[in-house]
Each structure stands twice: as structure tokens, then as C-alpha cells.
Design a protein around this ligand. Structure first.
Ligand SMILES: Cc1cc2nc3c(=O)[nH]c(=O)nc-3n(C[C@H](O)[C@H](O)[C@H](O)COP(=O)(O)OP(=O)(O)OC[C@H]3O[C@@H](n4cnc5c(N)ncnc54)[C@H](O)[C@@H]3O)c2cc1C
Length: 508
């Protein structure tokens, strides 16, 4: 695929919008530019369907940028006996690691330190769970060369992986491997660009209103202009906002919070330091290395009824819960003054009869409204591809569309590269992690224009060329898109302020 084909920018958006205004025919209108909607748009476009994706803010504006960024093998589902969903997760993880996004997903070791508060029974349970995870991996056909087997490690190795772990009473650790995204929002952008390369019109800052199964009013939120489209099918992939598009849907969102630290606070952590939540079985908090020299610590699971905010806020009690759970596993406790930022996201879960959220099924569901809108909700980042396949299958059936079979199992996303081809890319590792095969294009811009070779703020690991690439190829339309989604600089308020001028200049 040529990079240009997948380039999203203001000029392409303007052309695509004016073609829609001229009455271009649409087979599938996908509403929502999170991982689910972007995945659905790619699935539909790759089947040869005339596809339009509309997102009222920016790509990955919603839940898809607030995740733990794990591509997981579904171990937690196994704990509750849901073998099918666990297997599905493990299969999709293998596909992402090997074929679709090997540039964005890397193996991440997970370490459960064996400290005095982890008794022998609990340690045996964790070990049994990790062994079951190995079976899941093998059952999904993912080789140990890609994701190593779980094992017990000595105390010295546990300290090497997690240098700030408590030494007193440390008997070693249990280690398993999973997939980690360099960043969740980058996966969404890669999906949307790949969809565009297959002919989808990807329109951000376009809101869908008055939606039925065969019509919608699209409002350009930049100009206020509206137009009415009559697609043959409509897919509602608006996550926690799904009930605004289709009022027959009943959601029960659950909030998950993460804290953001400097990597130094965890002394060069190279694994997900995973600590059992006291008094619970199969619930953990974990600290893991993240982009821009940071560590994220998560995760809560709180019922979040009521109006859905654009950007959810962590609560004080969630912050205390995360610190109180991780601190007994650390040599020196972390305090609120160590926290550099925080974020919270809402899981788009369907309401169940018993009203609980903690054990609510994370399985996705495809539903059809009385007017014919096909909605997809639930699920997770890891299984976006299968979710997209299921919802487009349903759209094809209900809309009577002539379409080929799903093609996404073997369809690499924009930038996908691995193995020897990756080794040959002449660019710094951090750029290859973010841009894969396109890292050389980003670097070439920096070589042509020395100003773009400079960091966007002193000491920051983002080059001006990355902002420029986001504007020319990744559909960034405003400074916030650069700071909060194409990069994650914005998760730390001081860093956001320091890079704001460079972000504004990128649009000059
Ligand atoms: C805290 C947390 C941690 C998680 N961690 C993981 C993890 O590690 N691994 C994993 O696999 N999964 C994880 N998940 C689950 C995963 O993040 C979500 O299932 C997934 O991101 C949901 O994506 P979505 O596209 O359905 O929704 P969203 O990302 O919310 O996308 C919906 C989009 O629709 C847009 N929209 C809404 N209304 C309209 C309209 N009228 N017109 C146009 N656009 C509209 C919104 O702006 C939004 O961008 C986590 C979830 C949470 C909350």
C-alpha cells in the first residue's frame, strides 16, 4: 500500500464532504470513529462497499484512547468460565501481533511479585491461571517464539523487571506475557487510514443526527453546515453514546481509571507489575511502561450511571484505591505528589437484568433498532476486528448488499512491518514503534527541514516532523488532536502546555 493512499488531511476531508453533498451513493454509513467504528469502516471498505465513517470529534476521541493499551489473551474471561470469548481474544491477539499491526503491538511481560501478602494458595491460583493462558495461546496458534511461556522467576529477576518492587520477603515472581499497544489511539488512526486506503470516506468533526436505518443528517461541526444522506445501511458504533443514536439501546457504563507517573518513579520498569487486590479473586492492579517515558497505573471498575461526559474524570477514591493497592508491593510508597496525570474511560457495556457492572459480560453484541440501525456495543480493543466482521455481516444481510466476504484477517494496517523488513528501517526505534514502515517518511521530512528535526518541546521525545505527519497523513485538524490523540503528550498538563505552541505552529 502506498502511504499517500491512506493519507487523511483537511484537503481530503473537504473533497469527500463535497462529494457527499453532490449525492454520492453510500452502502454503509458508520457512525463513531473509535476502534469499533474505524474497524467496521475498514471491514466494509475492504469488501468493496461504498463506505463513509463520521466522527463528531476526532478519531479515538472516546473510550478508545482511555484503555490500558493491552492486547490480551482473555485470561480473565477464562477465570469466569467463558472459554469462547477467551479463545476469541487469544486468536485476535495473535492476528494483531503477527499480521495486522505488528508495528504497534509488542510482547509485554507481566510480573506478579511473590510477597508475604501473596499466600501459597493465591500464588498457586495465579500460576494455574498463567498455565491456562499458555494453553489459550497455543490453542490460538500463537507460537512461544512470539509470546513466551509463563514461568516462575527468581527474586533477582523480579527486581530486574520491576526495580522498585519491595525486597523484604520477596520469594521471586510469576511471569506471563501478553500484547501491549504502543498506544490505543494510534491503532484507531491506523485503522481509519487503512479504511481510507480502501476507499472509505473518513470524516472527522462530522456529527450524525436524526439517524434512521436509511437516513441521517450530517453536521460539519467546524462550519455548522448540514446535509442529509440516504445510505443503504447505517452502523451505530458510538460506544457509550450508542443510546443517543438508537434510543432502544440500554447501556450501563463502567468507569476505569489510570494514574500517570514518570518512568523514574518506577525505576525503569520493563514489565507490567501486577498486584492482587486484597480480598478479591482474579482482580489485580498493574503498573506498566508507556509512551513518552511514563508509567500508567490502573485499573478501577466503577459503576458510572447518569449522563455521559465527553471526558470522564477519575475520582479521589479511585486514586486512593490504586495507590493503596500498589504501595504494599513497593520498596517506597508512592504518594499523590508523584502523580503526573490521570485519565478515566467508560466501558460501553449493555445493561443486564441484575444491574451489576463488575461481572457484566464484556462480550460484544450486534443489535437492530426498530428503524433498522445496526448497533455494535461492548467488546474490547483486542477483538475490534471480529466485532467489525460481525457487524458488517449483519449490515450486509439486513441491507441486502452485494459484498464479498470479510478480508481483514490477512489485511495489514497502514505502517505494518515486522521481522527483517523492520530491522532494515533506517530510523530511531521510537519512531519505528509509532510509525512502523512509515518511520522513514517521518524522518525524511525532518531531514529536509531542520526545524522539524527538533523536539516539540525541550526534553520531549516527539519531533516536529511527527506533528507535521499527523497533519498531512493522520487526519489531525486541531492542536488538541496532536497533543491528546496522535501523541499522548497531553496526559501530563505541564507537558501539554510546553508543546502547545509547536502544535499550533503545525497548522500555520
Ligand atoms: C479504562 C478502560 C480500559 C480498557 N482497557 C482495555 C485493554 O487494555 N484492552 C482492550 O482490549 N480493551 C480495553 N478496554 C475496552 C476498550 O477500550 C473499549 O471496548 C473500546 O475502546 C470501545 O471502543 P468504541 O469504538 O466502541 O467506542 P469509543 O472509542 O467511545 O468510540 C465512539 C465514538 O463515537 C463518537 N460519536 C458519538 N456520537 C456520535 C455521533 N452522533 N456522530 C458521530 N460520532 C459520534 C464519539 O465521539 C466516539 O469517538 C478498556 C476500556 C476502559 C474504559
Amino acid at each position: 500500500m502506498r502511504t499517500g493512499d491512506s493519507a487523511l488531511n483537511a484537503a481530503r476531508r473537504a473533497t469527500d464532504l463535497s462529494r457527499l453533498g453532490d449525492g454520492a451513493e453510500i452502502d454503509v454509513l458508520v457512525i463513531g470513529g473509535g476502534v469499533t467504528g474505524a474497524g467496521a469502516a475498514l471491514d466494509a471498505a475492504a469488501r468493496g462497499l461504498r463506505t463513509v465513517l463520521v466522527e463528531r470529534h476526532d478519531l479515538a476521541f472516546g473510550t478508545s484512547r482511555w484503555s490500558s493499551k493491552l492486547v490480551h489473551g482473555g485470561l480473565r474471561y477464562l477465570a469466569s468460565g467463558r472459554v469462547g470469548i477467551a479463545h476469541e481474544s487469544a486468536v485476535e491477539r495473535g492476528m494483531l501481533l503477527r499480521t495486522t499491526a505488528p508495528h504497534l503491538v509488542r510482547p509485554l511481560p507481566q510480573l506478579v511479585p511473590l510477597l508475604p501478602n501473596v499466600g501459597t494458595t493465591q500464588a498457586a491460583l495465579v500460576r494455574a491461571g498463567f498455565l491456562a493462558g499458555d494453553l489459550l495461546r497455543r490453542g490460538a496458534g500463537t507460537p512461544a517464539a512470539l509470546l513466551p511461556r509463563s514461568r516462575r522467576v527468581a527474586a533477582a529477576e523480579a527486581v530486574r523487571l520491576a526495580p522498585t518492587v519491595r525486597r523484604a520477603g520477596l520469594r521471586g515472581g510469576l511471569q506471563a506475557w501478553d500484547g501491549q499497544l504502543v498506544d490505543d489511539a494510534r491503532l484507531v488512526v491506523a485503522l481509519a487510514r487503512t479504511a481510507a486506503a480502501h476507499g472509505a470516506r473518513v470524516l472527522t468533526r462530522v456529527e450524525a443526527r436524526e439517524v434512521t436505518g436509511q437516513s441521517a443528517t450530517l453536521r460539519d461541526t467546524r462550519t455548522g453546515e448540514t446535509l442529509t444522506v440516504r445510505p443503504r445501511t447505517v452502523v451505530n458504533a458510538t460506544g457509550v453514546w450508542a443510546d443517543q443514536v438508537d434510543p432502544s439501546i440500554r447501556l450501563r457504563p463502567s468507569r476505569g481509571t489510570h494514574l500517570v507517573f514518570s518512568a523514574e518513579s518506577f525505576g525503569g520498569l520493563s514489565a507490567a507489575l501486577t498486584v492482587p487486590v486484597p480480598g478479591s479473586i482474579g482482580r489485580f492492579v498493574f503498573a506498566f511502561p508507556a509512551a513518552h517515558g511514563r508509567v500508567y497505573l490502573g485499573l478501577t471498575d466503577e459503576d458510572a450511571p447518569g449522563p455521559v461526559p465527553d471526558e470522564p474524570e477519575p475520582t479521589g477514591s479511585e486514586i486512593d484505591f490504586l495507590l493503596d493497592t500498589i504501595n504494599p508491593a513497593l520498596r517506597e510508597p508512592l504518594t499523590r505528589s508523584d502523580i503526573r496525570g490521570s485519565y478515566a474511560g467508560l466501558r460501553p457495556l449493555l445493561q443486564t437484568a441484575d444491574d451489576s457492572t463488575a461481572d457484566i459480560s464484556r462480550q460484544h453484541a450486534v443489535l437492530r433498532s426498530p428503524t433498522g440501525v445496526v448497533t455494535i456495543v461492548g467488546g474490547k480493543l483486542t477483538t475490534y476486528r471480529k466485532m467489525a466482521e460481525d457487524v458488517i455481516d449483519a449490515a450486509v444481510t439486513h441491507g441486502g448488499l452485494a459484498a464479498g466476504p470479510c478480508r481483514t484477517r490477512r489485511l495489514p494496517l497502514a505502517g505494518a512491518v515486522s521481522g527483517a523488513a523492520r530491522d532494515r528501517i533506517d530510523a530511531p526505534p521510537v519512531l519505528i514503534e509509532r510509525y512502523g514502515s512509515e518511520a522513514a517518511d517521518v524522518l525524511a521530512a525532518a531531514r529536509r527541514d531542520p526545524a522539524l528535526a527538533e523536539p516539540v518541546a525541550p526534553g520531549m521525545d516527539v519531533l516536529g516532523a511527527e506533528f507535521a505527519f499527523a497533519v498531512s497523513h493522520e487526519g489531525a485538524l486541531e492542536a488538541g488532536d496532536l497533543l491528546d490523540r496522535r501523541t499522548r503528550i497531553g496526559l501530563v498538563a505541564e507537558d501539554r502546555a510546553a508543546a502547545a505552541a509547536a502544535a499550533a505552529r503545525a497548522f500555520a
